[in-house]
Design a protein around this ligand. Structure first.
Ligand SMILES: Cc1cc2nc3c(=O)[nH]c(=O)nc-3n(C[C@H](O)[C@H](O)[C@H](O)COP(=O)(O)OP(=O)(O)OC[C@H]3O[C@@H](n4cnc5c(N)ncnc54)[C@H](O)[C@@H]3O)c2cc1C
Length: 440
């Protein structure tokens, strides 16, 4: 099925879930409550249905994520949140504007429990948005934020559901009750699937660390092999993709970290990840020893040349953004692929060039052009200096770029400049693909 058709299917399903409670309300619409009250209730119902769907989007369910890519789904998750906040705030605001007597519901001492639950739900929703938007300002580590995010999301939905059921209007008919029981069961099932079923699956498909080596640029190379038969069967991936991994702890850990596969997609008996120390998780990997279990959730991602027919590839990497390119080039070699590839690799200095010996060996193939670009090169450096820009690309690429696709991965500023440069030299915008390591 084409991505466009899947997209249409998902939008239809999404609208169906969001609007189903309204359709059922129409069966016994209470005219006595008036247009504005009904509008306010409608906003609340749609907000609640969409909130439930947010769990599905965040659950990394392959059917929902694979056709569009994890980053696109995450972006959609954020946009939906903006809509939910508008609807959730609109629900009480319309009521208060319509009749100021409703304001007494804000009196947390005397207001009925159902109103207090609504306030709790909205406060938790706002806290969730603020801590997500300004996570760095609050100095929340990613794992603390993720635990907080999950906890707040449960409070938002749980309190809102209890609010709806306690009020009872529009949920007292058999079909309305059935719908909300179904929605609640679905929310609970998603939580159970994410936190219990998936970790068990990962346990069955766990890997083992076989070696840990220091790499250039303050990074580590982790070599892994499947620890179980189930893992051996589940180890396929496409070059350029990534997996969420957790080392050593139980598979039930809340936070998994995304890393691109850095090995050939044809040699799944041994996987490589190259990790640059960044924060707490990546720095702690220095203490990992052979024999430790690794839990993996993957493959994920759209950043793979396997997804489009190309006559050759322009690969542009910065720093640890080299990892997907390494996988792309190793897989190309192992497949006996003869299509040309140009790798522009930006780094600070010679010592920061990750997997340099491996890359040089790959460039023994005359169809592979390796162009390291150093921003702070030492005196003896005879190669390119500075940054990847249109001038540099023109110096090394052929005049005819027809059929070439570019893949860009690296620090955000470098990626923006490189994507622009790739278009400037004549590549079509749709032929320039990028992977952002700072997804959240
Ligand atoms: C698709 C993708 C592929 C990646 N591939 C590699 C790779 O091959 N090699 C490499 O060194 N790094 C890679 N990264 C980056 C790596 O995931 C982060 O550096 C790492 O998770 C940081 O965790 P930390 O606890 O050390 O640092 P923290 O200080 O906790 O996090 C630093 C930043 O990393 C991001 N981050 C942290 N945890 C997560 C998470 N669970 N999910 C999403 N983002 C998170 C956040 O933006 C956070 O602000 C990749 C990221 C993505 C999104």
């Amino acid at each position: 099925m084409s991505t466009r058709m899947r997209l249409a299917g998902w939008y239809t399903g999404l609208c169906g879930v969001a609007l189903a409670p309204l359709a059922l309300c129409l069966i016994n619409l209470d005219p006595g409550r008036g247009f504005w009250v009904n509008l306010s209730v409608a906003a609340g119902f749609v907000a609640l249905s969409l909130l439930g769907l947010q769990f599905l989007l965040a659950a990394r369910w392959p059917r929902a994520t694979t056709p569009f890519g994890a980053d696109v789904v995450l972006q959609f998750h954020r946009q939906m949140t903006a809509l939910i906040v508008l609807l959730a705030l609109g629900h009480p605001i319309v009521l208060f504007l319509w009749d100021s007597r409703f304001l007494h519901l804000l009196d947390l001492v005397d207001a009925p429990v159902r109103a207090r639950l609504a306030v709790l739900s909205i406060v938790a929703l706002l806290a969730l948005v603020v801590t997500s938007r300004w996570r760095r300002v609050f100095r929340l580590s990613y794992s603390t934020w993720q635990a907080l995010h999950a906890g707040l999301a449960l409070i938002v939905v749980g309190a809102a559901l209890a609010h709806v059921l306690l009020i009872g209007y529009y949920v007292d008919q058999v079909w309305e009750k059935a719908l909300w029981v179904f929605y609640t069961a679905a929310f609970v099932w998603i939580g159970f699937w994410v936190r219990v079923v998936k970790p068990f699956q990962r346990h069955r498909r766990r890997l083992t660390v076989v070696a840990v080596h220091e790499e250039a640029g303050g990074s580590l190379r982790l070599e892994l092999r499947p620890a179980t038969t189930a893992a051996r069967k589940a180890m396929t991936f496409s070059p350029g993709q990534f997996a969420w991994i957790m080392v050593g702890r139980s598979p039930f850990a809340i936070t998994y970290h995304p890393f691109s596969y850095a090995s050939s997609a044809l040699h799944t008996e041994r996987l490589t990840f190259i990790v640059r120390a960044f924060g707490s998780f990546t720095s702690a990997l220095a203490d990992v020893r052979p024999g430790e279990p690794v839990y993996i959730d993957g493959p994920w991602g759209h950043f793979s040349p396997d997804r489009v027919a190309a006559k050759g590839w322009v690969l542009i990497a910065g720093g640890v953004g080299i990892t997907p390119m390494l996988s792309i080039l190793l897989t190309r070699r192992d497949r006996g692929d003869t299509r040309p590839a140009w790798l522009f690799y930006g780094a600070r200095d010679q010592e920061s060039l990750i997997a340099w010996e491996q890359l040089r060996a790959l460039a023994d193939d005359p169809a592979v052009t390796l162009v390291p670009v150093l921003s702070r090169a030492g005196e003896g450096w005879t190669g390119e200096r500075g940054r990847v820009d249109a001038g540099l690309l023109r110096r090394h690429l052929p005049d005819d770029l027809t059929g070439l696709h570019a893949y860009v991965c690296g620090p955000p500023a470098m990626m923006d400049a490189s994507c622009e440069a790739a278009v400037d030299v004549g590549l079509a915008e749709r032929s320039v693909h990028s992977e952002r390591f700072a997804m959240v």
